[in-house]
Design a protein around this ligand. Structure first.
Ligand code: FAD
Ligand code: SF4
Length: 337
């Protein structure tokens, strides 16, 4: 498979990159590590006229602690995140999630966290070669009017399989989107549309600049299931965060449960998260109840389009959430003197 022709643009500053985006808009795509984008281009799934490469842009490759937050430049590599003491200590779910992405030799060193969040949603009916797709009627994402993954669906239900996004949503992260002349910061949880064709609420002249994780004395964990322990995408995953109460250290003040690789975006499960407020950090019955309820809630969004059977993936939501809650609680429990 060969890459289609494109113009290669290599800005050296963020300002130059934003100016190029303002000019080229929909005709251009950002090239970070290229481990998602170039694969899609080779399969003929998209043919941008220009690629705006971030490879010469060092100003987006940082991880720092500032104003009670961890700030990560969108161009930071997954390897840098995995190696960061700050992430290992204060954003464990992200450390664990990045460690699971793809292959250590390729995705970890070439892939960036920005590209990880913005990788396209996937579906095994669509992420195929042009030859494979040409043999049958086009689905919504290919410009047609049907969906092979869900009968009578009026839109595309391709699945978000980003490990990083699931962990970051559990950590309550925000993201800053920059454009020429300005920027805006939103909750990652508000970044998703309801259509797998264009899953992100980002404008064509915007660039993901920074990820902001609040540091709030909480503990987090990430679990996932994939066919193989390396190279494969998750078929179901969970990120959780547990914040102990300031006054009663063994009680939960705030919980966040996020289920990934099951729907068009990671799912922040508000009801299940709230059910843990006030519970003891070793209340495994409450964890099991929240995990089973997460499975029921997540299952309503699930479609059979990323491998394995739908039933198995849905059943495993409960186990992923339960294991993540136990890991996170173990880390949050006060140590005995
Ligand atoms: C074999 C294989 C296995 C993989 N396994 C996993 C896995 O297990 N888990 C997982 O999460 N991912 C997986 N991936 C997907 C991908 O490799 C990673 O998600 C990687 O982190 C993507 O980062 P990148 O920098 O290479 O993104 P790129 O390919 O450069 O970009 C991805 C998308 O994001 C856009 N983009 C990138 N940066 C920005 C920015 N700053 N602002 C605006 N848009 C931007 C690009 O235009 C593009 O559309 C796998 C890929 C392959 C090929
Ligand atoms: S979910 Fe449906 S519309 Fe979307 S890519 Fe898959 S088959 Fe196509």
């Amino acid at each position: 498979m060969r890459l289609p022709r494109f113009e290669y643009l290599r800005p050296e500053t963020l300002g130059q990159a934003l100016s190029l985006l303002a000019v080229h808009k929909d005709d251009a795509k950002i090239l970070a590590g290229g481990t998602d984008l170039l694969v899609r281009m080779k399969k003929g799934l998209l043919k941008p006229k220009a690629l705006i490469s971030l490879k010469a842009l060092n100003e987006l490759s940082y991880i720092k602690k500032e104003d009670a937050c961890i700030k990560i430049g969108a161009g930071a590599s997954l390897a840098d995140i995995i190696a960061s003491d700050i992430i290992q200590k204060e954003a464990k779910a992200l450390f664990q999630a990045c460690g699971k992405v793809g292959a250590i030799t390729l995705q970890h060193y070439t892939g960036t966290i920005g590209g990880n969040i913005l990788q396209d949603n996937r579906c095994h009916h669509y992420n195929q070669s042009g030859l494979h797709r040409s043999g049958r009627q086009a689905c919504h994402k290919d410009g047609g009017k049907i969906c092979y993954a869900r009968d009578e669906a009026d839109r595309c239900n391709s699945t978000c399989q980003s490990d990083g996004a699931t962990a970051l949503m559990a950590l309550g992260a925000g993201i800053t989107l920059a454009r020429k002349g300005g920027e805006r910061t939103i909750d990652l949880a508000d970044f998703y549309t309801t259509d797998g064709i264009m899953p992100f609420a980002i404008e064509s002249h915007e660039l993901l600049k920074e990820i902001i994780i609040p540091v709030q004395g909480a503990k987090s964990a990430y679990t996932r299931l994939a066919y193989r322990s390396a190279i494969d995408y998750p078929i179901v995953c969970a990120g959780v965060l547990l914040k102990p109460s300031d006054t009663q250290k063994d009680k939960i003040d705030e919980a966040r449960i996020v289920v990934g690789a099951i729907a068009r975006s990671p799912l922040f499960l508000v009801r299940e998260s709230s059910s843990l407020k006030g519970k003891n950090l070793n209340d495994t019955d409450a964890f099991k109840k929240a995990a089973d309820s997460s499975m029921n809630s997540a299952s309503t969004f699930a479609v059979h389009n990323v491998g394995s059977t739908l039933k198995y993936r849905c059943d495993m939501v409960s186990e992923m959430v339960f294991q993540a809650l136990k890991k996170s609680a173990r880390a949050a429990l006060p140590t005995k003197e």
